[in-house]
Every structure is written in C-alpha cells, then in structure tokens.
Design a protein around this ligand. Structure first.
Ligand code: NI
Length: 262
C-alpha cells in the first residue's frame, strides 16, 4: 500500500496538496478505496491484478458493468478490518473495441517481459512497455479515454479516495467540496459535482486529474494523470454502512481523467 501511494503521488502533485491540507487541518486521512484500471486480456485482467490483495486476505464483494464505457469491474474488501481501503479494479472489454485498439493492446502486452507480467505486484508496475507514441495516444483517446490513460500510465493506482466518514470536521460532501474549491482545486463536474445521494447510500466527488508532462516518442506533452476522490457512505435500513459502489456514479467518476473537460 505504501509503494502504491508513493508512486501515485508522483503522478499527481495536487493530490499531495489536498492530502496535506486535510492533515494540516488536523484530520486523519483514511482511504475509502483505491482504484486500478486494466484490460481484460488474461495476462493482466482483474483477477491477475487482484492477486496480492487476495493473498493478503481481500475478498471479492461486488461486480459492476459500465456498458457505454465497455468496462467490467469488481471490488474487494479486507474482512474484519474496517479501516482497510476497498480495492476497486476495472477492466476494458477488448472484444468490444475496434481492431486498432485491440491490436495496440496486443502489441504493448507482447512487449512486456515475462518477469513483469508474472510479478506479484504487477498492479503497481507502471508502464511495462516502450515509450508511448502521441499519435497512438490521440487515436486511442478518440475511442476510449480509459484505454489511452492505460497506454501511457500502465498499471498503477488511478485514484485514492478519502473517506469523508472518517473526517472529524467535514461531515458532508458539500463541506469537503467547498473547502477544495476555496483552496483553488478543480472538481469533476460531469454529472454534477456530487455523484450519488444519501438514498443511494453513497455520495462521491473528485478532483479533475492534474496534467503531467509525459515523454512521448514524438515530444513531451502535458496530459491528464491521476485524480483524488472523496466518498461519504450511509447506513442502510439494517444499520450497516453501505460498502458497495453505484455504477452510474462511478461511470461519471471515470471521466475525471478526460482531456477535454479542462
Ligand atoms: Ni473511485
């Protein structure tokens, strides 16, 4: 978890600023979940990336379908540890994509070494193929922002999520969002700043991914990197805190790394 967090901070300097803001305000930052992205190729699919978590005792708790984005996802929980972050892993359904996208993914996965593909922490290996081409990135992006992000960044945390329930002085998602905006952070407003509702037992918001200078084959370009999410969970009728995810909210959260929202 430490190495995943450290690598994630390198990708997004704004996240560190938000984290520091909360700690300076005397808050303890607890992670609600950590999200990862991958392709459904059997070498790198959800079940492969989930291995270190499953080995540590994590159990699969829910599955989700995002039809428009061609994604399937699962979430895992560490039973008996309420403070352990949930792990959310999504995968792009390659069979539903264009032949250009499928061939590009085959090409980059074929470049990866057996050692990297078999590594127990593949989930945090980053890009295990050659330097990306900006032309290919642009073409992928037109079809799937998700695929273009993966092509450049590889396997690493796409976002960490602050548990609002664990904050002492910011009990509502509105209060968290206001604090962030007052400090000059940009929020993802796709589908409204707040995704979900108390009735759905989960409210989420997120920063827009900051830009990072990436060395492409052609030149260095600034492109969106990772983002920070905020989640507030509610108790169900049985008094149990809701632990799952809402597909239509997560669908909008995925757009936090979109290019044209800036
Ligand atoms: Ni999330």
């Amino acid at each position: 978890m430490e190495s995943i967090w450290t690598d994630y901070l390198i990708q997004n300097h704004e996240t560190k600023k938000v984290f520091n803001l909360f700690t300076q305000l005397g808050e303890e930052v607890i992670n609600d979940h950590i999200a990862f992205r991958t392709f459904n190729d059997p070498r790198v699919c959800i079940d492969v990336l989930a291995k270190p978590f499953v080995a540590a005792g994590y159990v699969s708790k829910g599955e989700y379908h995002f039809e428009a984005k061609r994604l399937y996802a699962k979430h895992y929980e560490l039973e008996g540890d309420a403070h352990a972050p949930r792990i959310f892993i999504s995968e792009l359904k390659l069979e539903e994509m264009s032949s250009f996208l499928r061939e590009t993914v085959m090409d980059i996965l074929n470049q990866a070494s057996e050692e990297d593909l078999g590594h127990h922490l593949l989930v945090n290996k980053g890009r295990i193929w050659a330097k990306p081409s900006f032309k290919v990135y642009e073409k992928l992006r037109m079809e799937s922002e998700y695929a273009s992000w993966l092509y450049v960044y590889g396997f690493r945390a796409n976002h960490f999520t602050v548990s609002i329930n664990a904050l002492k002085n910011y009990p509502s998602i509105e209060a968290v969002n206001q604090l962030l905006k007052d400090k000059g952070f940009l929020l993802n407003s796709s589908g409204g700043e707040i995704k979900g509702s108390p009735e759905e037992l989960l409210e989420q918001s997120s920063t827009l991914a900051g830009n990072l200078a990436i060395e492409f084959e052609e030149a260095v370009y600034d492109i969106p990197s990772c983002f920070y999410e905020f989640a507030r969970r509610y108790k169900d009728n049985n008094g149990q805190l809701y632990g799952g995810f809402i597909a239509k909210s997560a669908d909008k959260i995925f757009e936090s790394t979109d290019f044209y929202q800036k």
